[in-house]
Design a binder for this molecule. Structure first.
Ligand SMILES: NC(=O)c1ccc[n+]([C@@H]2O[C@H](COP(=O)([O-])OP(=O)(O)OC[C@H]3O[C@@H](n4cnc5c(N)ncnc54)[C@H](O)[C@@H]3O)[C@@H](O)[C@H]2O)c1
Ligand SMILES: NCCCC=O
Length: 540
């Protein structure tokens, strides 16, 4: 990790081993500002200076390798800093003319980009990854402004994004076909060809991750890309465009259009889009798939989850508690793969809950720019209302709040929606909070007696994104992992995304995979060529 600018103030080094799940290197070390009265002021100034910086105030579409405003404005949306709830600016939404222009630029870019060798394309991506690492701090601070997540989490996210871009840069040269010898000297060979212009649409919890997890494999394969970020988090995807440009990506290969639903629909239904890669909710994913079906477009869908985290009686208790917290409380609980149904074996419920509650109460809710903050701000008032409604409903349906679940004022200047991480007990499988994705820090604890019972209950969901298993019995761990209906499973950890490990859902949680080698298959199509070496034989 590079050292981070600490404004010249005295700093201490701390070891964030507790947060290894999102750390991409073991023993992640970050510069931590010593908490002191000046730090708050410093960080407020920092947020103010970033909000007035060019990243926020500059045009937020990106076409032909440059920032630009849409030529036609079909409305505006507010860009807010979640921690203060202040409106930083209004962003114009792109309409048909600008979506057409972005797709047309990408079509033009495709003509030359798709003709380069994988090695040449990979070099551009690898250079981009290095530039991202050089700009890690600026990218991370801007990601905080967009999302309200703690700064150290944003740094880990950016580091992971750079690694992903690097990884696909490395794989680009290896994209190849097969040779199949046939009878009488005939043969067939296959070529993996790019699809054309890929459209991407993202959610707001990991904005840079979505832009980079989608664009880097798409570009590695020779496609070009048009992305619409979530209107709640428009900033860092544009910065990625500038990084790609500096790394040598030809103009038109990576484009950004900002907007809300209408802009997303225009992109999805554009006749020259060959594939849509979408991250967001299940209902929107279903609409995207339906729209793509009309023109037989390829789709990747990364959707919601309601994943189980199973704590067996033979686990290492401390690790299991840490795992359950990682499965629920990162990024204010707004993580698709969260294991929000925590199944705890009845025999260890007492000690597990005691340790979990004690450690959860110690989490530090506060200014996202402070280094020791572990709970930042909920993305919006709308999301805050959703989270509070689920907690109220849970109480009505019989669950008991053992800690958290309340709005917290951390500082009079921070008027955003901070919520203390919530733990619910006396939960039952039929309750709404246990069945539906909350997308906030709300952990439901359920107890179980046997392995067979917990597998059945864990699988009793329409969703199947992820799942966790805490046990010291390896046979049991593999057996349960094999029985769980989910795309991404963790044994004795949770929410780790090392680059190269495919990520994606079973059932209604999605289609396709990101972050692994298999992703390249989703951004290419196979052409087979049969070669006849003799005369043509036919019965006529
Ligand atoms: N599986 C994953 O990798 C993953 C990752 C992050 C978030 N998510 C899921 O995302 C959801 C939260 O994100 P959200 O609230 O932004 O989701 P959302 O579905 O409301 O919106 C996602 C994006 O789709 C756009 N959009 C909305 N309607 C559209 C339409 N009809 N056509 C085209 N575009 C449209 C939005 O503007 C936004 O950019 C949660 O369910 C979460 O689990 C999944
Ligand atoms: N994109 C995968 C990790 C974050 C999910 O919300």
């Amino acid at each position: 990790m590079p050292k981070h600018d600490n404004g010249g103030r005295k700093s201490i080094l701390i070891n964030f081993q507790n947060f290894l799940a999102f750390g991409l290197v073991e023993n992640l070390r970050v510069e931590m500002l010593r908490p002191c009265p000046y730090v708050r002021c410093f960080h407020r100034c920092l947020a103010t200076s970033i909000s007035s910086s060019s990243q926020v105030q500059a045009p937020l579409n990106f076409l032909s390798g440059k920032r630009c405003d849409p030529s036609e404005n079909i409305g505006n949306f507010d860009l807010k800093y979640p921690a203060t709830d202040e409106t930083l600016r209004q962003v114009p939404s792109s309409g048909e003319r600008d979506v057409n222009e972005a797709v047309s630029q990408a079509r033009e870019g495709f003509r030359s980009w798709s003709k380069l060798s994988g090695f040449e394309r990979g070099n551009v991506l690898k250079r981009a990854a290095n530039i991202m690492r050089e700009r890690l701090e600026e990218l991370a601070q801007t990601e905080v402004l967009d999302t309200g997540k703690p700064i150290w989490e944003a740094r880990c996210d950016v580091q992971g994004c750079a690694d992903t871009v690097d990884y696909y840069g490395g794989l680009a040269a290896r994209i190849s076909g097969e040779f199949l010898p046939l009878s009488n000297g005939c043969f067939s060979y296959t070529v993996r060809e790019p699809l054309g212009v890929v459209g991407g649409i993202g959610a707001w919890n990991y904005p840079l991750q979505m832009a980079s997890w989608k664009s880097s494999p798409a570009l590695a394969c020779g496609n070009t890309f048009v992305f619409k970020p979530s209107p709640l988090t428009p900033l860092t995807a544009v910065m990625l465009g500038e990084v790609y440009k500096e790394a040598g990506l030809p103009d038109g290969c990576y484009n950004i259009i900002q907007g809300e639903t209408k802009t997303g629909q225009l992109l999805t239904t554009h006749p020259n889009i060959a594939k849509m890669s979408f991250t967001g909710s299940v209902p929107t994913g279903s609409k995207i798939m339906e729209a793509c079906a009309k023109d037989i477009k390829h789709v990747t869908l990364e959707l919601g989850g309601k994943s189980p985290c199973i704590i067996f009686e033979d686990c290492n208790l401390e690790n299991a508690v840490t795992g359950a917290m990682l499965a629920n409380f990162l990024t204010q609980g707004q993580v698709c793969s969260n294991g929000t149904r925590v199944f705890v074996h009845k025999s260890i419920m007492g000690p597990f809950l005691a340790q979990l509650v004690e450690r959860t109460k110690r989490m530090k809710i506060g200014d996202p720019y402070l280094e020791d903050t572990t709970v930042g701000a909920t993305i919006s008032k709308q999301q805050f209302d959703i989270v509070m409604r689920y907690i109220e409903l849970a109480k009505k349906e019989g669950a008991t709040v053992v800690c958290g679940g309340e709005r917290v004022t951390v500082d009079p200047h921070l008027r955003g929606y901070f919520v203390s991480p919530c733990i619910l007990v006396n939960c039952e499988d039929h309750m709404t909070v246990v069945r539906e994705e909350v997308f906030g820090s709300v952990m439901s604890i359920l107890t179980f007696d046997s392995e067979e019972e917990v597998i059945r209950r864990a699988n009793d969901s329409e969703l199947g994104l992820a799942g966790g298993i805490f046990t010291s019995n390896l046979q049991r761990a593999y057996r349960v992992a094999s029985a769980l209906e989910a795309g991404s499973l963790y044994i004795n950890n949770y929410n780790v995304y090392p680059v190269g490990v495919p990520f994606g859902g079973y059932k209604k949680s999605g289609l396709g995979r990101e972050n692994g080698p298999d992703t390249l298959d989703y951004y290419t199509q196979v052409k087979s060529v049969y070669v006849e070496m003799g005369d043509v034989e036919a019965p006529f």
